[in-house]
Design a protein around this ligand. Structure first.
Ligand code: GLN
Ligand code: ZN
Length: 755
């Protein structure tokens, strides 16, 4: 077998089996045994895929019912007090999603991906103890199937570095306690087999670390390598280079270093050091973040470059990161354009690539089939470069000749006109856009796509939903209404489907959080908008109410960040093309009388480069393109934007520079902490801090929301604040949504009456 290594494999299932069974379980339609059963089947299937592809290093403990960071909190016994009385799966899912009495733990983005992890809550009092058998059991589970796995764990430093301190105590005070737990775990692991490989994921090391964190690396890995002589430790980083950490790690007794050479090209600078330390290099060369077919020639060339410095015997060929971030398989993509499909590669296909690339690199004998695949790979890559599908000269010219890049008026002038125009006072209530995606709505869409119903019937259904949705909002007294987004399967896919240059898969799901998956479109060519995309629906919704109807669009940066993006031109250029398309839509909306328009930039932050040195240029083109996308808005057209869970600290000035009239943000899980950041920089524009968490089915009480609003008012004046939920309501059920929004409006009225 040639030496190849998969950092981690996705777990939701190629038909989203895990999602489906979890949701069934949460809806109390089945018991936990069925969840367990499905999980076992999936693990088995995924291990076998890797085995069949002749992968030598396959992981265990890359499976999770919900999230690996959450698993790690359980493993280490870091369970916040409020969950104290719960155990097993009830505890686990309460931490993830909350229950009737406990608020869920915070969730945030995993580095610059669209995966979200559950943020560990640490305080001075947190105590750690080995608290789970999952790691050991999963190893045995694989072994019973005849597969000897490496064991994936989240490294101690990354775990703590991604935690939040609930009492402002220094989280790294706990490092030794965690190392102690890991030592105990390693002892148990050492008894599993003659030799076991443990992979500690330390993606934190790709960030700009302060010296304090850097100084932890040596003691931690010195300690962990001492536990048992039959354990080989690999430390893996991904998404960027980790040169600072590498300099330290080469001086510890670890066995191997896993580095990303796709998104961390600068790792090449560390090769000399690694060579001198005689460590094994797990060289991440198969992209775990994008879906383009690898160019085998390029890959082998890259590996050859590496092996000019590092001895081949010390190289293992790997994926750049876990394959969690790409879809499972192309095998169900029957509708995809054949040519485009020939350019793609998902997790299963990447296993093949990895296997073949490593075989080529190590000069293993190839059979005839393999030689044919390699030959075809060259052809397909060449053909993609010259394909007529990807170039649209007309749109390229229009963009070259653009003259207007931002709105004509300044915020302080705009807001005066707008306040008069819309006639609102303070604490204006609204929602973020989507309302529950009901089974009927999904059925309707499915039937239409399958040609089982006519366009008329399909649209009639959607109108019916809009009627009810608008009537409900009117009735409960919300100030600014939305149409509810029933025509949208997904906030990016919907737009992509109407734009040239996008391809859609049937089944290319990627886990976003818990059971939630997204199906990112593939941007393969120049983006162009021929016709309006949302105008008819919003106009219809507006015709049903006297109140203001807010138009709803997805912003260019979010469309980019939530798509798999072509790699033949810069991302900034792709974004510019999308921005230009949105700009035309904004103009058509305002011409149709829609004067309040939200341009969601839910994923603005997640596209940020991980290294400070690269941030400025991203921020610049991201802001420029957002501004371009709303540059057609007149003075009395109010532009809203919305951002999901983000740390705003470091980018608040950038957010301000986007110059949206109103921004709604997710804050409910973090009290008024986030808002203070806006205050600290004397943020000018208006803000709608989410006052309740929509990721949980729990209905917040009026009293609770009154308190939340009051805590917001401690930070910012009422005139600057809007009141809304944290995010869209599409994942919730109508009864919860109704009750929650009724309570929200009541809460605002209570506050207003106290004035
Ligand atoms: N308008 C979108 C919705 O309400 C925004 C979703 C999001 O921010 N993720 O669903
Ligand atoms: Zn959101």
């Amino acid at each position: 077998m040639s030496k190849n290594y998969v950092i981690g494999f996705p777990r939701i299932g190629e038909k989203r089996e895990l999602k489906k069974v979890l949701e069934k379980y949460w809806a109390k339609q089945t018991d936990f045994n069925e969840v367990k059963y499905v999980a076992e089947q999936l693990k088995k299937r995924h291990w076998n895929y890797q085995k069949e592809a002749k992968i030598e290093f396959i992981s265990s403990n890359d499976f999770s019912y919900y999230d690996n960071m959450l698993d790690t909190s359980i493993l280490l016994g870091a369970i916040p007090k409020r969950f104290e009385n719960l155990k097993d799966e009830e505890l686990y899912f309460a931490m993830a999603r909350g229950n009737e009495t406990c608020v869920a733990m915070e969730m945030t983005k995993w580095f610059n991906t669209n995966y979200h992890y559950i943020v560990p809550e640490i305080s001075k009092e947190t105590s750690f103890k080995l608290n789970s058998k999952k790691v050991i059991e999963e190893y045995k589970e694989a072994r019973e199937l005849g597969i000897k796995t490496k064991i994936n764990l989240i490294g101690a430093i990354t775990y703590l570095g991604l935690s939040k301190s609930v009492d402002n105590s220094d989280i790294f005070l706990h490092i030794n306690n965690i190392v102690e737990v890991y030592k105990n775990l390693l002892l148990e692991i050492s008894e599993l087999d003659d030799e076991v490989i443990v992979q500690f994921d330390e993606p934190l090391f790709v960030k700009d670390l302060d010296t304090k964190v850097l100084s932890l690396i040596k003691p931690v890995y010195d300690a962990l390598t001492k536990v048992a002589s039959n354990i080989k430790i690999a430390v893996t980083t991904y998404f960027e280079h980790s040169n600072e950490a590498t300099r330290v790690l080469v001086n510890t007794p670890i066995w191997a270093l896993g580095l990303d050479f796709i998104h961390g090209n600068k790792n090449l600078e560390s090769l000399e050091l690694i060579k001198n330390s005689n460590k094994v290099l797990i060289a991440g060369v198969i992209d775990g973040r994008n879906i383009w077919k690898s160019n085998f020639q390029d890959k082998v060339e890259l590996l050859n470059k590496i092996s000019k410095i590092i001895n081949k015997e010390n190289i293992i060929v790997a994926t750049s990161c876990s394959l969690l971030h790409v879809p499972f398989t192309l095998k169900y993509e029957d509708n995809l354009d054949k040519e485009i499909k020939s350019w793609l590669s998902f997790a299963n296909e990447k296993l093949q690539e990895l296997s073949l690339v490593s075989k080529q690199f190590f000069d293993f004998k190839l059979n005839l089939d393999e030689i044919a695949v390699i030959r075809k790979n060259v052809e397909e890559n060449n053909q993609r470069k010259i394909s007529s599908k990807i170039h649209n000269i007309k749109i390229q010219d229009e963009i070259k000749n653009l003259k207007t890049f931002e709105r004509a008026d300044k915020f302080k002038d705009r807001i005066k006109v707008q306040r008069e125009f819309f006639n609102y006072d303070f604490l204006t209530t609204t929602t973020i856009g989507s309302f529950p995606q009901t089974p009927e709505i999904r059925e309707n869409r499915k039937n239409y796509k399958a040609n089982l119903i006519s366009k008329e019937v399909y649209e009639q259904e959607i109108k019916k939903y809009i009627d009810d949705c608008v009537a409900f909002q009117d009735e409960i007294g919300l100030d600014v209404l939305v149409h509810g987004e029933p025509e949208r399967n997904d906030m990016v896919e919907y737009f992509g489907e109407m734009l040239d240059g996008f391809a859609f898969t049937q089944n290319a799901w990627v886990q976003s959080y818990g059971s939630r998956c997204v199906k990112p479109p593939v941007i393969y060519g120049d983006v162009n908008r021929e016709n309006p995309m949302t105008v008819e629906w919003i106009k219809y919704a507006q015709s049903k109410t006297k109140k203001v109807m807010k138009g709803m669009l997805t912003g260019p940066v979010t469309i980019l960040n939530w798509s798999f993006v072509r790699d033949d031109i810069p991302r900034s250029e792709v974004t510019r093309q999308i921005a230009f398309a949105i700009c035309k839509e904004v103009n058509d909306l305002q011409n149709a009388g829609i004067k309040m328009i939200q341009v969601d930039e839910a994923a603005f932050k997640e596209g940020y480069p991980l290294r400070i040195e690269n941030m400025k240029s991203y921020a610049q083109w991201a802001v420029d393109n957002f501004k371009l996308s709303v540059s057609s808005a007149l003075i009395d057209t109010q532009i809203h934007t919305h951002m999901c869970y983000s740390e705003f600290n470091d980018i608040i000035k950038t957010i301000e520079a986007m110059d949206a009239d109103v921004i709604s943000i997710e804050t409910a899980r973090s009290g008024n902490r986030l808002l203070r950041i806006f205050k600290d920089v004397a943020y000018k524009q208006e803000i709608g801090p989410g006052i309740y968490d929509i990721h949980s089915p729990r209905v917040p009480s009026v009293e609770e929301m009154v308190l939340q609003i009051k805590s917001l008012l401690e930070v910012l004046p009422k005139e600057q604040l809007w009141i809304n939920p944290d995010c869209g309501l599409k994942t919730r059920k109508w009864p919860e949504v109704k009750e929650s929004l009724i309570n929200m409006v009541k809460a605002v009225n209570i506050i207003k009456n106290e004035e």
